[in-house]
Write a protein of this length. Structure first.
Length: 395
């Protein structure tokens, strides 16, 4: 069915910088603009980009020209906003947020994903922050910040005035006053800032200089204590007895930890400290990635070592094990592996297993409640019945 002329006119005025752009068809709106203004399912996620791309609804600077009817639909229905780059090949292309989301209201916004590596913004820090300000009420934040993006530092110095820099992460997250769920997309993020720390850590211990805290950490200890979900920490700090203060994550419901090739028999200390640090924990995701250089790569092959799972926090409703190149005891079947671990887990606790190789699933264990996603989805809540049902998926 043909759209009314006035609707098409509104779309083109919104989508193009000038009538000349429209005539040249420099950039066309995505199909989403042409389908409907007010369909709730269409606007649950709003994707804005630094530069034009087919994967976004529009560029950030164009949003202020969106028809009011469309902005009202977004205000009513949008739950997630994604701010992203266009393509990796354009990381040096200058861009501007313009006025961005200025004036946009969100009634149901829960999650914000910031995936911007391009540091070549043409605006000031204050202008970029103002363009993003309507997002700061979200409780769930997925943020990917690097110091230099994919650019070589010696060849392409970073823009010191860019808002979305790693060194400004502390101030950025401080704007999210309702923050409860956080994915930092860091590989092997450490918990505490130590004197020899060269990279970002989650929090600083008492007594650290303010300049190091604000340029090398993400959160204060008080704000970390409010979190109910956290992705990106390593299990390493939990392997040292007495290393983690009790109740540091007093409200944590789901903790995702990346392994550091530790042998299975080192886990009881970690489980004990996790239980003390997270007294309200419902779900623990543990990722184990082994290589030939692992300390004891054969430890996971010995069935007698699996008694360590008797030490998992008793508050858990589900344990999620993701195994990458980890050798498990024969037979190599999902049901046999699950039965071995479940021998030691508390009754009623669900076990969700993912492996990078295909185990035989002879008993037909179902997929996890977050399928088709491999891991639990940030910001999603799963009921106890779904968590209690064992599952298996290939990673």
């Amino acid at each position: 069915m043909a759209l009314p002329t006035d609707v098409i006119g509104n779309i083109l005025v919104y989508a193009c910088e000038s009538p000349r752009d429209a005539a040249a068809r420099r950039w066309c709106p995505s199909k989403a603009w042409l389908e409907a203004y007010e369909a709730p399912a269409l606007w649950r996620t709003l994707t804005l980009s630094t530069l034009p791309t087919d994967s976004a609804h529009c560029i950030m600077s164009a949003w202020v020209r969106a028809p009011q009817r469309l902005r009202r639909a977004v205000a009513r229905h949008t739950r997630q906003v994604v701010v992203t780059d266009s393509t990796a090949d354009e990381e040096r292309t200058p861009y501007s947020y313009g006025r961005g989301l200025e004036g946009q209201q969100f009634a149901r916004l829960r999650m914000v994903s910031l995936r911007v590596y391009n540091k070549n913004t043409q605006q000031s820090i204050e202008e970029d922050e103002a363009a993003l300000r309507p997002l700061f009420g979200a409780e769930c934040v997925s943020i990917e910040l690097t110091e230099y993006g994919a650019l070589n530092r010696s060849q392409y110095p970073e823009n010191a005035d860019c808002y979305l820099r790693s060194r400004r992460a502390y101030q950025i997250l401080a704007n999210f006053t309702n923050l409860r769920r956080l994915d930092l997309h860091e590989i092997y993020l450490h918990l505490f800032l130590l004197p020899d720390s060269r990279h970002h850590c989650l929090v600083a211990l008492d007594g650290e200089p303010a300049d190091r805290v604000e340029t090398r950490t993400y959160l204060t200890q008080e704000r970390a204590g409010r979190l109910t979900e956290l992705v990106s920490l390593t299990v390493e700090p939990f392997l040292v007895p007495g290393n983690i203060p009790a109740n540091i994550f007093q409200n944590m419901q789901h903790l995702h930890l990346d392994g550091t090739e530790e042998p299975i028999y080192s886990l009881p200390v970690a489980f004990t400290q996790i239980a003390a640090a997270c007294p309200s924990l419902r779900m623990l995701t543990l990722v184990e990635c082994h290589s030939a250089s692992a300390e004891d790569p054969e430890s996971w092959e010995q069935p007698e070592h699996y008694a360590v799972f008797a030490h998992v926090p008793r508050t858990l409703k589900a344990l999620v094990l993701a195994l990458d190149a980890v050798r498990t005891p024969p037979p190599d079947t999902a049901s046999a592996f699950a039965a071995l671990v479940k021998t030691y887990l508390p009754a009623g606790m669900g076990l969700h297993v993912m492996t990078t190789w295909r185990m035989e699933n002879l008993d037909g264990l179902p997929k996890a409640p977050w399928a088709p996603s491999t891991f639990p989805v940030l910001g999603e809540d799963y009921d106890d019945a779904a968590l209690a049902q064992d599952s298996y998926m290939q990673w």
